[in-house]
Design a protein around this ligand. Structure first.
Ligand SMILES: Nc1nc2c(ncn2[C@@H]2O[C@H](COP(=O)(O)OP(=O)(O)O)[C@@H](O)[C@H]2O)c(=O)[nH]1
Ligand SMILES: [Mg+2]
Length: 324
């Protein structure tokens, strides 16, 4: 994994910086990815062979459920075992998620000076390449940075555009007692995405009641194989965090032994390739799309009632030799 630099080479790429575990290089490359900057691509090519050996853990749940607080506790635990940890906190829910990102920073602040921890928050606003591709690429950077564990914090469940849990090998769904009815509504989601369910804020008086409804939902899942562990946590006090880490470890062994980890990796590689091609195709046609003036002229023709939008689109494509 150690990066050897040839003595004759004086050029320093960001990729080399990432492999040397320079936080600034990683930050910069992540910004390029976040901005959809094409400069990121050669760097990603360079780091690619050095990625792929981190274990990716997804932490998902409603805003305010305690994901960042739990992540902070997991970081401490992994650090005490000497593991290097990368964290990617993504809030795709709103363009005004600055608050959430700030919250993440505060929650995990104490690890900021630890060279074995790299934390990056991303408030995504219409990422040009799509959430999943950006996340996949950001993960590669954290992997190449030498993280043993990468934790991806995302807001869920029930947003179809958020499929980042597919990138994680073990996904923890964080519920809270105050979610009440929402737990019922999450029924399908729980079974579909969660490998582990944590009822956080178990210090709240309604925790027992909530625990019963979650247990009931989980008991309805009779599929063979992995039985979703259900744990109570109090992230602010660090309670249940060790048990959570043990459950992650058990799930990791399970998916490794059953060939599921390999299948997951293949799946995410497939979707990454698809996303790259999709982006390239889109970039090719983007420049060909009609501009505002051209569209206005077409709309005017339509207003006159002399033609229809299909004929216009067809003529437009033929003009650019773009019929498929
Ligand atoms: N009572 C209680 N509050 C908690 C617990 N865990 C987190 N919180 C609080 O819940 C709020 C949201 O936590 P945060 O980690 O930012 O949630 P996130 O939005 O899911 O990342 C913060 O004020 C935390 O201090 C817990 O176990 N019990
Ligand atoms: Mg958070």
């Amino acid at each position: 994994m150690a990066h050897q630099q040839s003595p004759n080479h004086s050029t320093h790429t960001l990729a080399q910086g990432v492999l040397r575990r320079e936080p600034r290089a990683a930050s910069r490359l992540l910004s390029w990815i976040e901005n959809g900057d094409a400069k990121a691509i050669p760097e990603l090519k360079e780091i690619y062979p050095h990625s792929g050996s981190s274990y990716i853990v997804g932490v998902t749940g409603a805003p305010g459920s305690g994901k960042s607080t739990l992540t902070d506790r997991l970081i401490s635990l992994y650090r005490s075992q000497g593991q290097r940890v990368g964290v990617l906190a993504i809030d795709p829910s709103s363009p005004f998620s600055g608050g959430a990102v700030l919250g993440d920073r505060i929650r995990m602040q104490r690890h900021a000076t630890d060279e074995g921890v790299f934390i990056r928050s991303m408030a995504n606003r219409n990422w040009p390449g799509g959430l999943n591709r950006c996340t996949a690429e950001a993960l590669k950077v954290l992997e190449a940075y030498g993280s043993d564990i990468v934790i991806v914090e995302t807001v869920g469940v029930g947003q179809s555009e958020v499929e980042v849990e597919k990138l994680a090998y073990t996904t923890i769904l964080v519920c809270t007692p105050d979610a009440g009815d929402k737990i019922q509504a999450m029924k399908a989601g729980i079974i579909e995405i969660a490998d582990i369910v944590a009822l956080n804020k178990a210090d709240l008086p309604t925790a027992d009641h909530a625990a019963k409804s979650i247990e009931m939902i989980l008991s309805m899942n009779s599929s063979p194989g992995w039985t979703i562990p259900f744990l109570k946590t109090v992230a602010i006090e660090g309670k249940g965090v060790e048990e959570l880490a043990q459950a992650i470890e058990r799930h990791r062994s399970y998916i490794e032994e059953h060939g599921i980890l390999k299948a997951k990796k293949i799946d995410s590689l497939k979707s990454h390739i698809r996303e790259i091609i999709r982006r390239e195709l889109y970039e090719k046609v983007r420049m060909q799309l009609p501009d505002e003036d051209e569209l206005s002229r077409c709309a005017a023709k339509l207003m006159e009632g002399t033609t229809d939008p299909y004929t216009i689109a067809d003529a437009f494509l033929k003009e650019r030799r773009m019929t498929l």
